[in-house]
Design a binder for this molecule. Structure first.
Ligand code: PGA
Ligand code: ZN
Length: 416
């Protein structure tokens, strides 16, 4: 039984406030100990237009980014509503919050308030049963460690260099365990750091821990990554593949309707952009491209899926925003063949699970993901295993809010 729900305002990895919630539960016997589960919510920078709404206070505190209203919603409305409820019924807990909110995008209570409580409830249940959250989520079917899609170089909205593509990730496809794959990735990260230093380029890191050196174009980055893989003693294609997150929704030019690469200033049509990705796929060992096109360019997505869908994974992040209605449309119209899963895009655990299950039952891969603004919370590591997503995107092997997730996965692998 839930005895108390409480929230507070804490800081995320960019120094912006975010919501932390605690759900306290007690067993049927009033003499049993109180158990508290905790969770915090992340926040994006290149947010999709169709994401659930975080509530921010506006005005002066924290340059308008305060979350006191969301915190108050947890401490009053949500707390009163959930006291006495059976925490083990996660779906009912989520449903109660969603119906109290009543809006399409959770703008009344705030997706940041609802998700914090939803995740804290999940963690409280696991803690009360003395098991890991992955085990509570997936039971005996939780059996697959995810492959890291590790961000090592940043451009776009996550950096101030000349690269338009937001993220370059490496995947240790030849590794046989998570632990081994994680080590391989860290070794390539260090090899890349040395290469950058040797070229007198910056090794300062971006929001997700990847480097953000002043390079001129995407090909230069890809060549450098291939070089780093080889320097670390691995074979590109056999041991490592590369994934891109373009975040092309950031590129749509309002006036011309074309894609304007923000840093290079070039304008391209949808077809020209698809040709550009196709050329990169022919030249490099690409595993996936995330958001290669805008979140509203469904025709373009259909075309690129037809053209490249058999060779690589085309991942909908801003396109799907972890929303089953948008995913349904994608499946029907044959747009994309993979979905990025960010619990805070949709705002509850139940809806996150639904999105993963819908994707998996239609042959789309699901990739569990962090946000660019994160905290030390590790719930997504457990969700990746609990839901057998097979892949996790959670930044570089640098910055503790990123390594916290990898380190939790190391603990989970020992259990599995
Ligand atoms: P965001 O970036 O968290 O800033 O949205 C991550 C991504 O686009 O995948
Ligand atoms: Zn993305």
């Amino acid at each position: 039984k839930i005895v108390n729900v409480k929230a507070r305002e804490i800081l995320d990895s960019r120094g912006n406030p975010t919501v932390e919630a605690e759900v306290t539960v007690r067993g049927e016997n009033p003499k049993t100990d109180l158990i508290t589960g905790r969770a915090t919510v992340p926040s994006g920078a290149s947010t999709g237009k169709f994401e659930a709404a975080e509530i921010r206070d506006g005005e002066d505190r924290y340059l308008g980014a305060g979350v006191k209203k969301a915190v108050t919603n947890v401490n009053t409305i949500i707390n009163e509503m959930l006291i006495g409820q059976n925490a083990l019924n996660q779906r009912r807990i989520d449903r109660m919050m969603l119906s109290e909110d009543g809006t399409d995008n959770k703008s009344k209570l705030g997706a940041n308030a609802i998700l914090a409580v939803s995740m804290a409830n999940l963690n409280a249940c696991a803690k009360a049963l003395n098991i890991f959250t992955y085990k509570f989520t997936g039971g005996i079917s939780a059996c697959k460690m995810p492959m890291p899609m590790m961000n090592i170089l940043n451009g776009g909205a996550h950096s101030s260099n000349n690269i338009d593509v937001q993220e370059f990730m490496i995947l240790p496809v030849g590794a046989t365990t998570f632990k081994e794959g994680l080590r391989w990735c860290a070794e390539v990260y260090h090899a890349l750091k040395k290469l950058l230093k040797d070229k007198n380029l910056s090794v300062a890191v971006g929001d997700e821990g990847g480097f953000a050196p002043d390079l001129n174009n995407e090909m230069e980055v890809l060549d450098l990554i291939i070089e780093a893989v080889k320097k670390a003693g691995y074979i590109p294609e056999k041991d490592f593949k590369i994934s891109l997150d373009v975040a092309a929704s950031e590129w749509k030019a309002e006036v011309t309707g074309k894609y304007k690469l923000p840093k290079k200033g070039i304008e391209l049509t949808t077809d020209e952009l698809i040709d550009m990705w196709s050329d990169i796929v022919d030249r490099y060992p690409i595993f996936s491209i995330e958001d290669p096109l805008d979140e509203e360019d469904w025709d373009g997505w259909k075309k690129i899926t037809e053209k490249l869908g058999r060779k690589i994974h085309l991942v909908g992040d801003d396109l799907f925003v972890t929303n089953v209605e948008r995913l349904k449309k994608g499946i029907k119209e044959k747009c994309a063949n993979a979905i990025l899963i960010k619990p805070n895009q949709i705002g509850s655990i139940t809806e996150t699970i639904k999105a993963v299950q819908m994707a998996q039952s239609h042959g789309y891969i699901a990739i569990m993901s962090h946000r660019s603004g994160e905290t030390e919370d590790t719930t997504i590591a457990d969700l990746a295993v609990g839901l057998n997503t097979g892949f996790i995107k959670t930044g570089a092997p640098c910055r503790s809010e990123r390594t916290a997730k990898y380190n939790q996965l190391l603990r989970i692998e020992e259990k599995l």
